[in-house]
Design a protein around this ligand. Structure first.
Ligand SMILES: Cc1cc2nc3c(=O)[nH]c(=O)nc-3n(C[C@H](O)[C@H](O)[C@H](O)COP(=O)(O)OP(=O)(O)OC[C@H]3O[C@@H](n4cnc5c(N)ncnc54)[C@H](O)[C@@H]3O)c2cc1C
Ligand SMILES: O=C(O)CCC(=O)C(=O)O
Length: 338
């Protein structure tokens, strides 16, 4: 059987998840991931990696919930398996706290995570300035471990990885039968999508092995996420800020806010500081189109613009991208217009 050549642009969590699913599900496809940055140098490697859903304003909430649920179940299966440590996936329990009681006492994702409940008064006493909170168990996916694990899984399924900066998707159409665009923030230049913009985030990694529970202030401006080797302290969300260097003032502000919630952090030693540019977009883009390449119509599947929720929605959106690739293979392309 003739192989269908599929190019996936992007080797962050979105590109690798999509590439693995296509390579493992569609044996007629040969998959090549093309990217100018690989782990440990992608935005995904900067992420705290907590599964913590948000809300895209114009996408039906049932669809966002479906993406999250499918991602959560994928990671839960890994967390429950002997692969968990090698994949960098672990259960993470903790509290999300609110200064004011939110309008919805239960968020839409409450039945996707484990053991969701509202916090008791005894628990809330730990955070005197907060009136309300959720307690639940979610998942932490550490991309510095998970991305190499996905790369290994992709290679096992016959996929390959190539370092290449792509400047023109139509040029890729000369070499591949299907193109999948998972370029994150890179989509701004690659497909001239002006809706895509950076949302800068700075985090601090500290050594505080006595901390086991996460604490997140609603809105996600301040968080403490214990992990395998370090505790991630955050954060910042600066829209249209392209600076990649760490800012000393922001480091102090993050530390102060986190220490206010967890005074024992005063005894933590600092390990590292990281900055990443989230691929902001009003709504993430998950759709297909055809681009004309020398009289042929080449299918392009877009899967980018995950903002603060790239790990949280990675597997669910990759499953939908896989469906779109499958549709492209089963359909006759529209006639090329002259
Ligand atoms: C401080 C911080 C904390 C975060 N914490 C969390 C969290 O706890 N949970 C969560 O769900 N999300 C979190 N996020 C968000 C998350 O990191 C992103 O949503 C996610 O990384 C997006 O994944 P991606 O694969 O789309 O993009 P990326 O990881 O940026 O990957 C994009 C890929 O495309 C490639 N590329 C782009 N353009 C081109 C081109 N022209 N040619 C070739 N290759 C190209 C890049 O080289 C790269 O390989 C956080 C982000 C930051 C900054
Ligand atoms: O918001 C969170 O709780 C996790 C961190 C995150 O997603 C982010 O900083 O983008």
């Amino acid at each position: 059987m003739q192989q269908v050549k599929v190019a996936v642009v992007g080797a962050g969590v979105v590109g690798l998840s999509t590439a693995v699913l296509v390579a493992e599900t569609l044996p007629q496809c040969s998959v090549c991931v093309l990217a100018d940055r690989f782990t440990p140098d992608t935005t995904s490697d900067v992420a705290a990696g907590i599964l913590s859903p948000g809300r895209f304003p114009d996408i039906p909430i049932e669809q966002q919930k479906r993406w999250f649920k499918r991602t959560f179940d994928h990671f839960l299966a890994i967390a429950d398996s002997s692969e968990a440590a090698e994949a960098g996936v672990l259960l993470s329990s903790g509290w999300q706290i609110f200064q004011e009681v939110p309008s919805e006492e239960k968020p839409y994702w409450s039945d996707c995570v484990l053991s969701f409940r509202t916090m008791t008064n005894t628990e809330l006493k730990r955070f005197p300035q907060y009136k309300f909170g959720y307690a639940y168990t979610t998942i932490k996916c550490e991309c510095l471990t998970y991305l190499p694990w996905l790369q290994k899984r992709l290679k096992k399924a016959g996929g390959i990885l190539t370092r290449e900066r792509v400047t023109d998707l139509t040029e890729l159409g000369l070499r591949y039968n299907v193109v999948v665009n998972c370029s994150g923030l890179g989509a701004q230049a690659l497909v001239r999508d002006e809706d895509v913009h950076p949302i800068r985030g700075q985090v601090l990694m500290v050594h505080a092995p006595w901390l086991k529970h996460f604490v997140r202030v609603a809105g996600g401006q301040t968080y403490i996420y214990p992990g395998t080797h370090a505790v991630t302290l955050g954060g910042t969300r600066q829209v249209n800020d392209w600076r990649l260097e760490a800012d000393a003032g922001e480091r102090e502000a993050i530390l102060e806010r986190c220490q206010h919630l967890e005074p024992s952090l005063g005894a933590a030693s600092h390990l590292a500081e990281k900055v990443g540019l989230r691929p902001g977009r009003r709504n993430l883009r998950l759709e297909r189109e055809y681009v004309r390449v020398q009289g042929r119509q080449v299918p392009v599947v877009h899967n980018y613009g995950h903002g603060s929720w790239g790990i949280t929605l990675s597997w669910g959106t990759a499953l939908d991208a896989l469906d779109l690739v499958q549709q492209c293979l089963n359909e006759r392309p529209p006639p090329a217009r002259l």
